[in-house]
Design a protein around this ligand. Structure first.
Ligand SMILES: [Zn+2]
Ligand SMILES: [Zn+2]
Ligand SMILES: [Zn+2]
Length: 141
């Protein structure tokens, strides 16, 4: 199956209408094995789209459980495809991420689970970041 078909199925499964911009953005995620930020997407898109449209598309993908936040840096939030179908707004695929010191790309470490934290119920946790850094497989080469 080609990426366009896969993207169509993914949008459908998460109740989002298939639009050219959504299709193009998700196809980009499928073509890369590292996380992408809104500015990465702007620079990789074929046609010029305004940033607002792209930001909006990314946040609706994150809300619908298609993408998750992989990392955040000076460039903004980097998103990655969810490995499995996540129910809306509830990412059940929590895992560690790896940020490369050389190329600064973020990779999902889907097999590395986030350690369970014992936290008092005075705090309610909305997000967990578990990030490792070092040299990625590409840069090690
Ligand atoms: Zn997810
Ligand atoms: Zn690297
Ligand atoms: Zn990830």
């Amino acid at each position: 199956m080609n990426n366009k078909r896969l993207v169509g199925n993914l949008l459908h499964a998460h109740g989002l209408k298939k639009t050219p911009i959504r299709t193009e953005i998700l196809a980009l995620f499928m073509d890369h094995d590292f996380a992408l930020s809104a500015s990465d997407i702007v620079s990789k898109m074929t046609a010029g789209h305004d940033r607002v449209t792209i930001y909006r598309a990314l946040s609706s993908f994150a809300e619908r459980g298609i993408l998750h936040r992989a990392s955040e840096d000076g460039q903004g939030i980097k998103y990655a495809l969810c490995g499995q179908h996540c129910p809306d707004e509830l990412h059940t695929d929590q895992h560690a991420h790896f940020i490369c010191d050389e190329c600064h790309q973020t990779y999902c470490l889907e097999d590395v689970k986030v350690p369970e934290a014992e936290i008092s119920n005075e705090f309610s946790v909305t997000r967990v970041n578990y990030t490792l850094s070092g040299i990625c497989k590409q840069c090690k080469g």
